[in-house]
Design a protein around this ligand. Structure first.
Ligand code: SF4
Length: 328
């Protein structure tokens, strides 16, 4: 895909739904895509700000190659301004480390060296560095590595189209069901994200959803029921929903951490809406996966690790029912 289009006195960035029209020598909202000589350049291409080897469960992805390692990287910059961001030191920074260029080939080689099965674009919003992520993913694919996007779901439709055959799985944050909150506080857009989730599902990308439960912001029964119903009705009742606990961070220091009781209440709301796989995050709880038909424990986890995977070719060993996900 063309990542950018040229206009008379500006260029338009096609990476996310902001579709920033950028004048020469200016950057877009994310601060890392810049109009240089009437062409937009992704300034963070080859400039990761964080690299780690993580269990894939930490992304979190529970139905995608469980028990494997993922080579995780992110850059500085973000197209949102969430006041509770847990990675704000890099996501809200525009301070690009120019000391070292890490080529896509080097990323792939490092991932293989660390015996990872996938590469995850994570920590900050990967859509803003899609040109870099795509080059890594395409190269990685040739070496048997899958690619994972951990995203706020505000991709442009052009990027979602382009992800087909490039990106294998996504964990998408659905942070709220309140349009005003998305627009005024997070600086994103609910409508676009809901449309994007449906578009991702239609393109057969493996999807898991995360909602950080923030006290007083998105934890009403009504709002959680709307989120859960949207997932069940539009993405399928077997779509994993990760509901995770908020801890005061960045600009959101005024609210208490989410209680276990509040998470359990959200879990019940999700089950009532028809969701079959709901996992509680950030509270160190065991989160097993069970067969939706006979109830047998299929994956036993502790912390971010898989203790035992009972699946046989992605199916329940007792009744043969397939589990939704990617397990080869
Ligand atoms: S990635 Fe999004 S926020 Fe950044 S310049 Fe492009 S359209 Fe704007």
């Amino acid at each position: 895909m063309e990542f950018y289009t040229r206009n008379e006195n500006s260029a338009t960035c096609l990476l996310c739904r902001h579709y920033c029209k950028i004048k020469p020598d200016h950057t877009g909202i994310c601060g890392v895509n810049k109009n240089i000589g009437d062409k937009i350049e992704c300034l963070v291409y080859g400039r990761p700000a964080a690299i780690n080897v993580d269990p894939v469960e930490k992304k979190p992805l529970y139905h995608f190659l469980p028990g494997t390692k993922t080579f995780s990287l992110g850059t500085v910059g973000c197209n949102f301004k969430c006041p509770f961001c847990q990675n704000w030191q890099i996501s809200q920074s525009h301070d690009i480390n120019m000391q070292r260029f890490v080529s896509p080939k080097e990323v792939v080689e490092s991932a293989l060296f660390h015996e990872c099965d996938s590469i995850a674009y994570t920590y900050n919003e990967p859509t803003i560095f899609y040109p870099y992520a795509k080059d890594i993913a395409v190269l990685g694919q040739k070496r048997g590595l899958k690619s994972i996007f951990v995203t706020n779901g505000f991709e442009s439709i052009e990027v979602i189209d382009d992800m087909q055959g490039v990106i294998d799985a996504l964990n998408v944050d659905l942070k709220s069901f309140n349009r005003d909150y998305y627009k005024k506080v997070l600086k994103g857009g609910l409508h676009a994200i809901l449309n994007n989730l449906v578009a991702m599902k239609e393109r057969n990308l493996w999807l898991e959803i995360t909602t950080l439960i923030v006290p007083e912001q998105n934890d009403s029964k009504k709002e959680l029921a709307q989120i859960a119903k949207f997932i069940a009705d539009n993405l399928g009742s077997e779509t994993p929903w990760h509901i995770s606990a908020f801890h005061p961070d960045y600009k959101q220091q005024d609210l208490p951490p989410t209680s276990i009781k509040a998470l359990e209440k959200a879990q019940k709301i999700g089950y009532d809406a028809g969701l079959r796989h709901i996992y509680l995050g950030n509270i160190g709880k065991e989160n097993p996966t069970q067969c939706t038909k006979c109830g047998k424990k299929l994956i036993k986890r502790s912390g971010f690790g898989v203790e035992k995977n009972f699946l046989e070719k992605g199916r329940c060993p007792k009744c043969g029912t397939p589990l939704a996900g990617v397990f080869t």
